[in-house]
Write a protein of this length. Structure first.
Length: 535
């Protein structure tokens, strides 16, 4: 097909990728001095971050952004001015290897300082009377969260990521049809599609989504708003945050997410094609044969990389679970059996420590590579998007199902029965093995968390599948595992809020530890300078 038949969205994607590639290539190619940290202090800081990220499990692509937020919050409280905040933030990121050593120009510190000034000025302008006392900390965290993402984008440009997100958003606006009875206006529809794309395509967390929606509503924020704009925004900042969060949690957002997920494999693979061939994209799009060859080649590589990423995620999950489990065993289970029951059940203790990681490993091993048929469907789906030749009916967004109260009661009763069977069977087996009530509670706690982590990892792996079929055995397994997964989801949310390990590291250890690293690095350079003076 000639290039003239390429869709407007695909043409915009080509242009955006070209600009993003050129920006990334030249972004740090400056003659200016690059920021350098000592290798020894970097190894110490890097090791700390590894420990920190192990005890507080987060998706791998969120680690740098979360580190920016952590450091920013701490430095704003301790430094005298925004330049120092920016300087120490950038240096910490380089030491921890979130940014490359001897590659970031000094001017990035000034650029980050400007961003920090913008947000601290906004925070300082918020009148006390405009926010209830119990919500002040939430608004502070909200603003720091979006600031951390803007800072990360300044340090590591996200141009190509933004390009594929914009392409996916425009394609989904074409493919989605909303029922009139839902009464969703066009502006809200676009916002919900955008949120669904962010959540599913690039796995954005709340801070990232808030920042993107905030920019969608206030596009001039990136271009140094006037004092008048700052004053008006500060006056209603609580309302802005509340409104954006209400949109993110809209009752129909999951309906839009399901529509996006049906097309996720197309966007994932197209993103990989563009990443692998940044200079040849125009030539690839010029003919459907080139598109087909590039997609097939990319699918093979993506399937292989997905397995590697899957194993890495599983290992991080296993280590996190194992460390947490050993800690709880030593802190609660062993002392309870030793000093209260008077006898330690070594079998129960061993099963409690070993079984959850083994279960996670089994879940990962059960995930298979997509077939050639899946690849053919991806080729067809991407070709439709590139050449604006949609053959499938639109994805209709319907309202949430309103079930008859009698049927709802029957379904809830059935679910309670399944819940009882699942947990009853587990407690029965554990009782036969001599588990006491504390050991049983700990076992169920970790198996539930593992089941939830496992299903999340499994869902991430299945995103490359266009047609997802589930056999009878798989359906029954998920049916009886559902209670465990639901409990695991609830526990994971609660654990994230009361993660003792992360709290200790963030508020007790991190500040003095990072201060020690800075002093240690200064001492190393002092010794080096003194050594160089010796003739």
């Amino acid at each position: 097909m000639p290039s003239g038949q390429v869709s407007a969205e695909a043409q915009e994607l080509l242009e955006a990728y070209k600009k993003a590639f050129e920006l990334e290539r030249d972004y740090n190619a400056s003659e200016e001095d690059k920021i350098a940290v000592h290798q020894v202090s970097s190894k110490i800081a890097f090791l700390y971050e590894k420990v920190r990220n192990t005890v507080d499990y987060k998706e791998e692509h969120l680690l740098r952004k979360n580190a920016v937020g952590r450091i920013l919050k701490r430095r704003i409280m301790t430094e005298r001015n925004e330049y120092d905040v920016a300087k120490f933030l950038v240096y910490e990121l380089i030491r921890a290897r979130y940014l490359p050593n001897k590659a970031i120009p000094e001017k990035r510190i000034d650029e980050v300082k400007v961003i920090i000034e913008k947000y601290t000025y906004l925070l300082n302008k918020i009148p006390d009377y405009s926010i209830p006392i119990n919500e002040k900390e939430n608004v502070f965290d909200w603003v720091i969260g979006i600031a951390s993402y803007e800072i990360e984008e300044k340090l590591v440009p996200h141009g190509r990521e933004t390009a594929i997100v914009d392409f996916a958003r425009k394609v989904m606006e074409k493919k989605i049809k909303v029922r009139e009875e839902l009464r969703i206006d066009q502006g809200l529809e676009k916002e919900l599609i955008y949120i669904a794309v962010l959540k599913n395509l690039i796995k954005s967390d709340m801070d990232m989504i808030r920042y993107r929606v905030f920019l969608m509503k206030h596009p001039d924020w990136l271009f140094a708003p006037s004092e008048d704009k700052f004053a008006k925004m500060a006056l209603v900042m609580n309302s802005i945050a509340t409104e954006i969060d209400a949109t993110i949690h809209h009752r129909y957002v999951d309906n839009f997410s399901r529509a996006v997920k049906k097309n996720l494999a197309y966007f994932e693979i197209l993103q990989e094609v563009a990443a692998a061939h940044p200079k040849e994209m125009e030539n690839i799009f010029s003919h459907h044969f080139h598109v087909e060859d590039a997609i097939k080649e990319t699918c093979v590589r993506k399937y292989r990389n997905a397995q590697t990423k899957l194993r890495r995620s599983a290992i991080r999950s296993i280590v996190y679970i194992f460390i947490t489990k050993v800690f709880i065993a030593l802190l609660i289970e062993y002392p309870y059996e030793k000093y209260i029951l008077g006898e330690v059940n070594a079998i129960a203790l061993g099963i409690n420590i070993v079984f959850p990681p083994i279960l996670m490993a089994l879940v990962v091993m059960s995930i298979s590579v997509p077939s050639k048929k899946n690849t053919a469907l991806i080729v067809a789906g991407i070709s439709e998007m590139i050449y604006d030749n949609y053959t499938q009916p639109p994805l209709v967004i319907k309202g949430n199902v309103q079930r008859n109260s009698l049927f709802l009661s029957v379904f809830q009763l059935f679910y309670l029965i399944v819940f009882g069977i699942s947990f009853g069977f587990i407690f029965y087996i554990l009782g036969k093995l001599g588990f006491n009530y504390v050991s049983m509670g700990i076992f169920v706690f970790f198996v539930s968390v593992v089941s939830y982590f496992g299903i999340r990892i499994r869902q991430n792996a299945r995103e490359l599948l266009v047609v997802q079929e589930e056999g009878v055995a798989g359906f029954l397994a998920e049916l009886f595992m559902m209670p465990l997964m639901k409990v695991g989801q609830w526990l994971s949310v609660k654990m994230a809020k009361i993660n003792v390990f992360a709290y200790i590291l963030d508020f007790i250890i991190e500040a003095p530890f990072k201060t020690f690293v800075e002093i240690f690095e200064s001492w190393i350079y002092f010794v080096k300078e003194e050594r160089d003076k010796i003739e």
